[in-house]
Design a protein around this ligand. Structure first.
Ligand SMILES: NC(=O)c1ccc[n+]([C@@H]2O[C@H](COP(=O)([O-])OP(=O)(O)OC[C@H]3O[C@@H](n4cnc5c(N)ncnc54)[C@H](OP(=O)(O)O)[C@@H]3O)[C@@H](O)[C@H]2O)c1
Length: 260
């Protein structure tokens, strides 16, 4: 893997490579590169993958657009996060499982005051989720459900019976993005990672609460009418983000942008 931006004349990441060659970055090197900034408040980062022509999924999943290195970065970003926020449709379509405790990151998480694995927080109005799945019944840390005050109380009880913790972050059936961030921060979750999907990410963007986007640009064309990485109503004025790093591996670009 090579760092294309910021431009550097060093090749520090040479696991198994000759000097001057780009090698595979170790998980430690990736964790350093993607460290959360030091901030007092919450920091919401998104991690998404897109084809060259803007598709955020193929055949209903993002995996066909991904690569081994993308999955290593995906795992690293999870390992750095306090909580992974995800829309219910992605949970349903991608069969989300609880986050794992990974020995490679154990020391780093302990030093950062984090538990062994991030919690998964599912954003849902309907609570139409299969609460018998391991995501709810056997996570290392209880799975959170973010929903609105008008959510169906029977579904809320079912979620709680399964072991999930339900957080209300909206007055109606739905979640208000800024209140979701606030509710997670109130629980001490400041290093936030959202893995989408596009409908959820679009709302974080529109609400102006997305601080950072880690976008993998996959060297693939898909055509078709797949969703882009952020959907929903357009914002009034396009929001400007600043690139902070670009890495390359096997034709995949791992870009990172921060809100201006
Ligand atoms: N390219 C990528 O990196 C990437 C990442 C993730 C997912 N994906 C792909 O994206 C597709 C799914 O994404 P999607 O955009 O259709 O769905 P999504 O954003 O994952 O989930 C949408 C669902 O989340 C809940 N939700 C969203 N906003 C809410 C709010 N404000 N309040 C309450 N609930 C809210 C609703 O759940 P309820 O219906 O339960 O109320 C809604 O139906 C899949 O094909 C997946 O593979 C791609």
């Amino acid at each position: 893997m090579r760092q294309l931006f910021p431009v550097t004349d060093q090749t520090p990441h040479v696991e198994g490579a000759e000097p001057g060659e780009s090698g595979r970055w170790s998980l430690d090197e990736l964790a350093e590169a993607y460290a959360y900034p030091d901030t007092d408040g919450p920091w919401l980062r998104a991690n998404m993958v897109s084809s060259l022509d803007g598709a955020g999924q193929h055949d209903g999943r993002s995996h066909p657009l991904s690569s081994d290195t993308d999955m290593r970065i995906f795992g690293t970003l999870r390992a750095l996060a306090d909580v992974v926020v995800v829309g219910a449709e992605t949970v349903r379509l991608e069969g989300y499982r609880p986050a794992k405790a990974r020995s490679e990151f154990a020391e780093r998480r302990k030093a950062a005051g984090q538990g062994p694995a991030p919690a998964i927080a599912v954003v849902t109005a309907s609570l139409d989720l299969d609460f018998s799945l391991p995501l709810f019944t056997s996570p290392l840390v209880p799975t959170l459900i973010l929903t609105g005050a008008a959510a169906d109380p029977d579904r809320v009880r079912e979620a709680e019976r399964a072991g999930a913790e339900v957080l209300v972050a909206g007055d109606g059936p739905g979640v208000e993005p800024d209140r979701a961030v606030g509710a997670l921060a109130d629980r001490g979750h400041l290093r936030l990672l959202t893995e989408g999907g596009p409908r959820l990410l679009g709302q974080f963007v529109a609400a102006g609460v997305l601080d950072e986007l880690c976008l993998t640009v996959s060297p693939m064309l898909t055509a078709g009418d797949a969703q882009r990485i952020a959907g929903g109503p357009a914002v009034g004025v396009p929001q400007r983000f600043t690139p902070t790093s670009v890495l390359e591996d096997a034709g995949f670009l791992f870009t990172r942008y921060r809100r201006n």
